[in-house]
Design a protein around this ligand. Sequence first.
Ligand SMILES: C[S@@+](CC[C@H](N)C(=O)[O-])C[C@H]1O[C@@H](n2cnc3c(N)ncnc32)[C@H](O)[C@@H]1O
Length: 374
Amino acid sequence: MNDLEELIRAEIVERGCIPFARFMEMALYHPQYGYYERAADQTGRGGDFYTSVSVGSLFGQLLAAQFAEWVGQLSQPFGSDNTKFQLVEAGTHDGRLALDILSWFQQRAPELLSQLEYWIIEPSTGRRSVQEKTLKTFVPQVRWFSSWSAMASQSVRGAIFANELLDAFPVHRFGWDAARQIWFEWGVTWDANGFQWIRVADSVRAATSDPRQFVWPEIPQELTAALPDGFTIELGPSAEAWWFQAACALGQGKLLTLDYGLDQEAFFAPHRAAGTLRGYHKHRLVSNLLANVGRQDLTAPVNFTSLQRAGERAGLLTERLLAQAEFLTRIAEKAWADPSRFGEWPPQMKRQFQTLIHPEHLGRAFRVLIQSRS
Ligand SMILES: C[S@@+](CC[C@H](N)C(=O)[O-])C[C@H]1O[C@@H](n2cnc3c(N)ncnc32)[C@H](O)[C@@H]1O
């Protein structure tokens, strides 16, 4: 049993069992032993999974070209000669995407670089120091905030974005009890064979998680009547709350996420009866999500419908929800038409583009939600 497993076990012994969301939070984000706090590379060939960023620098360059176009559409703040705009990234991880974006501005749109402020929302001090090293040449441009509230009343004029952030947020797991026609929460307990799934008793659930934090999906009566016993769904209230806060921070411009996710009704497809939570280790799906704690990735697709509603509650307009392939192809087509923005693509850039848009790689499963405030 590793140190993190010991800590989780102690919490279970004290509380009887813990909601899965708490287990996932500790497994991924424990400040000392959490999966994302380790020095090791989690993404790319040597890690556990690929992200669009780990494919190469083209992804960041395409995003930067899109941001430059959007920034050109911002209106001037009334009565002000301050032409600054902000790009705000969260889930910055090792800072590679930030570096690719800032380098593109430096090389291809230097006239905008002096107006650009790159803000990073990073709760982890360990991750922040990794990012500071990656971005050392752009230090005057970059500012870190530990949370949305640390930004106080400063509002963003530009774009707020994240790549594969929200699918790494802790989720609660619920199962359908067909006999009682109610959802029960899956928790985690421990026995001599390791961590085990357990149905959280209603009384324990009331004491450990606040039911008011869940916006339950609207499920038609006919669907619940047909759901098989044990049908499992995941709900991510923290992702939705994060999106709402981001939406509130946006004064003018775009809010976008590029992520692995589904529309709400897709969570109820018969082939997803066992839920959508996944674990990855060395590019393979793991069979036991509760094993190897802190050493394997845990992830669940985002619910784009609930994000969309959260943004709209904060006054944003939903512009598009589209496949990553379509989003990046549109940007690339504009870039090809204006060689000053990109120049000739060498073969390795063409290969990166194929990987980013290929339906079997990152093109179809990854989608882009864009909301805006004008
Ligand atoms: C799957 S990785 C994605 C990394 C990177 N964006 C990429 O595409 O390669 C998720 C990252 O989000 C970070 N993260 C998790 N919760 C966060 C939060 N509330 N605010 C900012 N970053 C967070 C994790 O520490 C991790 O570095």
